[in-house]
Design a protein around this ligand. Structure first.
Ligand code: IMP
Length: 192
């Protein structure tokens, strides 16, 4: 069975190919000559994951899965959420995005936040979603130089270091994305 992972990053495809049953052959967007930007215009993380997977299924006729991730801050009513990439502007600058959150939380004691990844899988036109959640807190300043996005200001519950202070291997064991992808992999295994 061929399955498209809606990403332009072939490293990500190779990484997940290692986890899925060998009968599932993963393809990236380049493999199906999809080079345009896939629309992500929905107001929710679930909606965007779904939109991307159905776009590939309908336009290219391939079974597909797509992921979408956001950081939800409790005291900000769940923002930045679906707008995580461009919270401080269209330039998608991670430093400015973090500065905006730190400024908005200035003086606010509720620092609770969570990362949410939703994977949407579309097989023969039928959708299933898999969710990965990591609860944590927004720190008072950026800490650590690893990772990307909001990693320097997010500390997962039960840990004393930010995501950006952890190695990739350690973060990948507990991350929202890993949790969602593991659920997808378990589902694919029981199909075969
Ligand atoms: P995407 O849906 O994976 O493209 O993620 C959207 C945005 O959420 C990214 O541009 C980052 O700002 C943020 N983000 C997603 N995953 C992570 C993560 O693991 N750590 C920190 N920020 C993340």
């Amino acid at each position: 069975m061929e399955l498209v992972f809606a990403t332009g990053n072939s490293n990500k495809v190779a990484e997940i190919q290692q986890l899925v049953p060998p009968i599932v052959r993963l393809l990236g967007l380049k493999d199906i000559n999809c080079i345009e930007e896939i629309p992500e215009t929905q107001p929710t993380i679930e909606g965007n994951a779904s939109q991307k997977a159905f776009y590939v299924y309908e336009k290219y006729g391939h079974n597909c899965f797509a992921d979408d991730t956001g950081l939800e801050v409790e005291a900000l009513d769940g923002r930045p959420g679906v707008y995580s990439a461009r919270y401080a502007g269209e330039e998608k600058n991670a430093g400015l995005n973090m500065d905006k959150i730190l400024a908005e939380l200035n003086g606010i004691s509720n620092r609770k936040a969570r990362f949410k990844t939703v994977v949407s899988l579309v097989i023969d036109g039928k959708e299933r979603q898999f969710e990965g959640l990591v609860n944590g807190v927004i720190l008072h300043e950026k800490r650590g130089g690893k990772g990307f996005g909001y990693d320097p200001i997010f500390q997962p519950d039960g840990h004393t270091r930010s995501f950006a202070e952890m190695g990739l291997e350690e973060k990948n064991k507990i991350s929202h994305r890993a949790l969602a992808v593991n659920k997808l992999v378990e589902y694919l295994k029981q199909l075969h």
